[in-house]
Design a protein around this ligand. Structure first.
Ligand code: OGA
Ligand code: MN
Length: 282
């Protein structure tokens, strides 16, 4: 089996051709996948018919698969626990959501940026799709870093950013209303050095980045507005139109992602795994 890598856009992303993930890949195949992943940030492998075990094996090519543990603060954001799988879905059964992230739009974010060790990667496998919408947009944070005007970059270099998860999907964080003791949060470098590629990457997002350390509230808000605009510049975004059987994996350290709206009465179901990460460094 020879794997071929075909870029999906000028921004980021590549399609992997010639892989059947129902069977184990040989060492050369795994090596090509990893190299393509480090280079292209997002990989899409279409037309896959994957059991849970197949998806677990595929995820293992990229690192150690994370098993979800229930938060200790008593809050239950939904979904399954003590299994590596999580369903990303709007499906409700017997009045209870069977997964997480519900319906509609979701603003740009890094997954688990509010953890001391944010996940390296996330894999979504498309199992049910609505008739329109629900596209996932990915933005290249290496390019975002390069696009920050020099004076702003110099002013922010070495600073930290407070990352907060308050379980919203499309609303700015309001630090006046949020009790930080009750939600997950962590201060991260505002510019990280990607632990694998060694490249500098912007580490902020509209959904989860609350405040730049050491700046006044006004200065921080103004700088964040500028950074969000740079991070969401369409020139560095690839928009993925899902097809059933797509397996998409993204590098969660050097990209942010967002979901577009879709009809709430139509089921959308993605089977999700994440790959364990490590601490982010300047
Ligand atoms: C996620 C996520 C977006 C989508 O699984 O982390 O943000 O398109 N999903 O469902
Ligand atoms: Mn996400």
């Amino acid at each position: 089996m020879t794997i071929e890598i075909k870029p999906l856009s000028h921004a980021l992303g590549a399609e992997v051709l010639g892989a059947d993930l129902r069977k184990p890949l040989d060492d050369a195949g795994v090596k090509s996948l990893r190299e393509a992943f480090n280079q292209h940030i997002v990989l899409c492998i279409r037309n896959q018919d994957l059991s849970e075990d197949d998806q677990l094996r595929a995820a293992g090519y990229f690192g150690k698969v994370h098993v979800r543990r229930k938060p200790t603060n008593g809050r239950d954001p939904g979904g399954q626990w003590d299994t590596p799988f999580m369903m990303v879905t709007n499906i409700v059964e017997n009045g209870k959501p069977i997964g997480v992230f519900g319906d509609g739009e979701m603003w740009f974010h890094h997954d688990t940026s509010y953890y001391p060790e944010p996940h390296r990667a996330t894999l979504l496998y498309a199992m049910k799709l609505p008739s329109w919408g629900g596209n996932t947009c990915f933005s290249n944070m290496y390019r975002a870093y390069e696009n920050i005007p020099r004076p702003l970059r110099d002013r922010l270099e070495g600073r930290k950013i407070l990352q907060v998860h308050d379980y919203k999907r499309r609303e700015r964080l309001d630090l006046d209303k949020i009790d930080l003791n009750s939600v997950r949060h962590f201060e991260q470098p505002i510019f990280i050095t990607h632990p694998v590629t060694g490249r500098k990457s912007l580490y902020v997002s509209r959904l989860m980045s609350a405040r730049i350390e050491g700046l006044s509230r006004e200065e921080s808000d103004a700088a964040l507005d500028q950074l969000f605009a740079i991070a969401e510049d369409p020139a560095i975004v690839y928009e993925h139109r899902w097809e059933l059987g797509d397996l998409v994996i993204w590098d969660n350290w050097c990209s942010i992602h967002a979901r577009k709206d879709f009809p709430r009465e139509e089921p959308r179901l993605m089977r999700r795994l994440t790959i364990e990460g490590q601490a982010m460094r300047f």
